[in-house]
Design a protein around this ligand. Sequence first.
Ligand code: CTP
Length: 406
Amino acid sequence: MELTGKTVVIGVSAGIAAYKTCYLVSRLTQAGAEVHVIMTPNAKHFVDPLTFETLSGNKCITDTFDREFEFDVKHVSLAKKADLFMIAPATADVIAKCACGICDDMLTTTFLAASCPKYVVPAMNTGMYLNLITQNNLKTLIHYGVHVIEPAEGHLACGDTGAGKMPEPEQLFDVIISVLGKEQDMAGLSMLVTAGATQEAMDPVRFITNHSTGKMGAAIAREAVSRGASVTYIKASTSVPDPDGCEVVSAVSAAELCKAVTERAGSADIIIMAAAVADYRPKTVSDDKMKKKDGELTLELERTTDILAELGKQRAEGKLPAGQFICGFSMETKDLIENSRAKLEKKNCDMIVANNLKEQGAGFGHDTNKVTLITKEGNVELELMSKQDVAAAILDRIIKKNFAEM
Ligand code: CTP
C-alpha cells in the first residue's frame, strides 16, 4: 500500500470541518499509514475522539497530562515518529498559537516539537480568515517552513459565502501521498519561483501581455513542495490554481514582479524565473480610459527591468548568497540553443531551461513541454513529457549537482 511504514499525525482543532477529517483519517489508514490523531480540547465538541480512535486504530490524544497513557513523553515521541503532521481543520486560534510557539495543549505542543514536513489547513469564517492578523500568522508559519493549504471558497457553515472552506479530504489525501511518496531531498531548502504572464497597463481598461498560463511555474512549485522545500510562488497573471503549500505572492506587472523577486532573493537557495516577463511597457499610463480616434495610434514603449539579468548582476556584485542557484527560462522560435546559451552568459545564471515554441507539445498552455537544460557543463535535451515531469527533471538536476551533500 502507498503509505505502509509511514506515520501521519493529524491535528484536529475546533471547527465544524472536523467531520471531513474523519474521512481523511479513514483514507490514510486504508492506504497503510499509521495514523495518530491529536485533538484540541474544544474539538471534542465537534467529533467524539472515539470516532477517530475507531478509524485510526490508535488512541486519540487530547490531554497532555493523561496519566493512563503510555509511559513515554507522548508529545516528544509522536513528534519524532511523525513523517508528516497536518492540522485539519486549523482554526484561527490554533494558527495563532502555532505561529507564536504557544503550547498549551497536546496538539500545539507536539506540533512545535515535530521536525517533519508540517501542514496547516485553515478552515474558518471568511472574515476571520481574511483578517490581517490571521494572514500574518499564516505568513509567519510559512516563513518557518510550515506549508499552508489554501482554503476553498464556497458556502460556509456560518451561512457566509467566501474563502475559508476546508478542501475536500481527497485533496488533502493527495497532498499527503505526493509528499510521503517522494524522497524529501529538498527539505531545508527555500525556493522562489515565478509564474505566469505579466500585464503592462495602457489605461485602466487595457494592458499588454502574452500567452503564458503559469502551468510550468506552478508545476515547479508543486514539485518542490512535495520534495520538502519551502516555496515562495510569485505569480503574475495565471489561469491555473495556486499550488498548495506555498507562500503565494501576486505581482501583476514586470515592475511589481521585479520588486517581489529582488526583495526576497537574498533568502532563497534556489530561484527559478519561469514567468513570461514583458520586455516593454507603455511609456505613459493614462489615468482614464483612452478614447478611440480616427486614424492610427502609435504607442510608445519603454524597457522594463530584466529581472533575471538584475539577479545575475547582484550576484556578480556579491549581494546574493554564495551557492545560490539561479535558473531562467528561454522561449524561442528559432536558434534555440545559441540564443538560450547567450542568455545563460549574459544574465549570469546557472541554468536556462530552453524551449522552442514551434515544437509540437511545447510552450504556452500545453500540459506537456519539450525542453533543453542548458548549463556551463553542456546541454541536456529532454523528451516531450508532462510539465510535472519536466519540473521534476529540472529540480533533480539542480539538487543532484548543487545540493546533494545536504
Ligand atoms: N526575464 C526577466 N525579466 C524580463 C524579461 C525576461 O527576468 N524583463 C526572464 C524570464 O523570466 C526568463 C528569461 O528572462 O527566465 C528569458 O526570457 P525570454 O523572454 O526567453 O528572453 P528575453 O531575455 O526576454 O530575450 P528575448 O525576448 O530577446 O528572447
